[in-house]
Design a protein around this ligand. Sequence first.
Ligand code: PHE
Length: 447
Amino acid sequence: MASKRALFSGKLGVILTTVGSAVGLGNIWRFPYITGENGGSAFIIVYIACVILLGIPAMLAEFSIGRATHSNPSDAYKKLAPHTPWHWVGKLGILVGVFILAYYPVVSGWTLSYLFDAITTKLTSYTGDYGQYFNQLATNAWMPLIWMVVVLLLSHIILCRGVQQGLERVSKVIMPVLFVLLIIMAVHSCLMPGGPSGLRFLLVPDFSKLNAHVVLMALGQAFFSLSLGMGCLITYSSYFKEDINLGKSALMVIVLDTLVALVSGFIIFPAVFTFGMEPQEGAGLAFIVLPGVFSKMSVSFLWATLFYLLLFIAALTSLMSIHEAILSYVTESWQMSRKNASRLIVLVLCVLGVLSSWSFGPLSQFKLFGLTLFDSFDFITSSVLMPLGALLTSLFVGWKLKKQWFINQLTNQGTISVPLANFFWFLLRYFVPLCIFIIFVGKLLDV
Ligand code: PHE
């Protein structure tokens, strides 16, 4: 089986596909609104601490598991710990992937709808309230579903072309363009009248805003944004060649992902303050505030088109990474062809997507623990299951496997030197599980 599996072509492919997975709606849509809701800069400091101290070791653990086994998450645990229940951690990851894709394609569909409206200038020539504009789309029973199906089919078509020809190719073209555009937009936004207030909101910490909830949200956002704790990076690293430097790749992905999140904040908050809106707008931030910003720029439709095109492609590359993780499991474990497995997955996701999308409209009264279905899928994946997945993965590598195994993975069997390898192993064995555990307990006591 292993010899038939695809591999990414080289280093650039590894970085850009993995960054393609990491950089997505989580950075450009979710990070700014979660930051806004949780006290701005104080949240960002906790977030960055989580990324460095927990994200790096957790990513190295997943990269090691994937590259060492060249298998889907479930088989990877099976190979490393045969005849033990650890493979359930891999399977849990796949299930988490399904839950994320219960709502992620809905939001990706919104971006596609906005892109369409931007191209036809409907978006930027609108003179009413953009809050209403967004609500009209989100609460509509059918339109978001049509866009969602388009997104899922696109992902299906690309993935059916294969790992190198589909996934890697798309990421290589689009990710560099995304970076350049984000920077241009951030500079433009920071020069607006609300620039200083926006930057102050992001950069001057107010520690009185910190509490267990904020820390849990930061932890969840870090795992979500880095695509950790659900087997996606195990799948991607199963396509890495043996000479890939795992440490350097992880560092690169983490730096780029965090920069994109921060730069998205630099785009959105100055604009929020310029137009006298509240930073706590919530999930509608990128869909309500930004159109207002674009409509006031010259050649507005062009800016809006470029932004929603990029947001959409960032969303698509992340969506494909989760789709690919589920796909690798279904094809290899259930012995299905890639095409049929993907068809089945798309079908299941369409049903779940209806539930998420309708939780803004026909099902808005239906709540689980006080949350709509859409919010439940989001909360349970990013704040509960992904940290739990990362906890179990770190326990697996830190306690079940040998220290030498991990060091061998990082140093490519001793052929390259990785100065902090021991330190990362220490973090993985003690610090990561302990922190995630304490944060969970803290949150439980808080309620
Ligand atoms: N990291 C992606 C984002 O920021 C989301 C994602 C989560 C992708 C989990 C893969 C796995 O949007």
